[in-house]
Ligand binder design. Sequence first.
Ligand code: SF4
Length: 310
Amino acid sequence: MRIILANPRGFCAGVNMAIDSLERALELYGTPLYVYHEIVHNRPVVERFRARGVVFVDSIDEIPSGAHVLYSAHGVAPAIRAASAERRLHAIDATCPLVTKVHLEAVRFAKEGYTIILIGHEGHDEVLGTMGEAPANIRLVQSAEEVEALDLPAGAKVAYLTQTTLSVDDAEVIISALRRRFPQIVGPSKDDICYATQNRQEAVKELVPAADLVLVLGSQNSSNSLRLAELAEACGKPAHLIDGVREIVDDWFNGVETVLITAGASAPEEMVQECIAYLQQRYGATLESRVVREEHVHFPLPRELRVVAV
Ligand code: SF4
């Protein structure tokens, strides 16, 4: 067996910043420490922090007055910030700056009187946060069919935005449908799909032809990880999205010579290394690391933590 290891893979700058923020907040404030939603969409990461006394909540009402709360990398709606302020919580904002950029675009388009078509996945934390910036002005679409079904006149003043973790190819199809229906539509200079999502998809696309099977490390609720598995399958290769080596099923490897391994932006590298070690031990696999694109992106800790550090 041969393993092709995709680069880039795994943690992005936003996830690194969010996890470092939670570590730093634990050092500074101890437990209980509250996080609104999962800090990142990765089950092992969340479970480890939970075991250390971090409490993950889906409602601000669950947090006692005066406590510290971290907002996850996916961002929050203004209503959540207002609810925190009302409870006199000490909020630390670990929203990825690339998500904040989408929020600011939503605010700007809404102020300018646009109806905003947000391309994203219903119910995803990031989408809830972005829609909360201008709930009366934003319409969510998830497919080209939903674009056709929009009850807006052809000449409507419309703008579009996208979730940061979409499939690049699917988003292009939906944006083309929007441009066909609303030729006057405006949007961000390209789209809002972040560098990490794009690079991980690009690496899979380039490397998948040489593979018989693809392993994607990541959780089932991780949008960008799911997109990697879907992309591999769309290229005609079986793909499995797994949280770690324990989820590997040996029957998958019958007749398989080459396995491509990648990881979503919220999947820790140690999960990747455990899978590689397993395949090496069990199947005598050789390892070939392939770099499709270099990444040198870094985001500083949130302002609230920097101030305390000074
Ligand atoms: S996937 Fe992209 S938008 Fe999401 S946290 Fe990472 S860098 Fe930020």
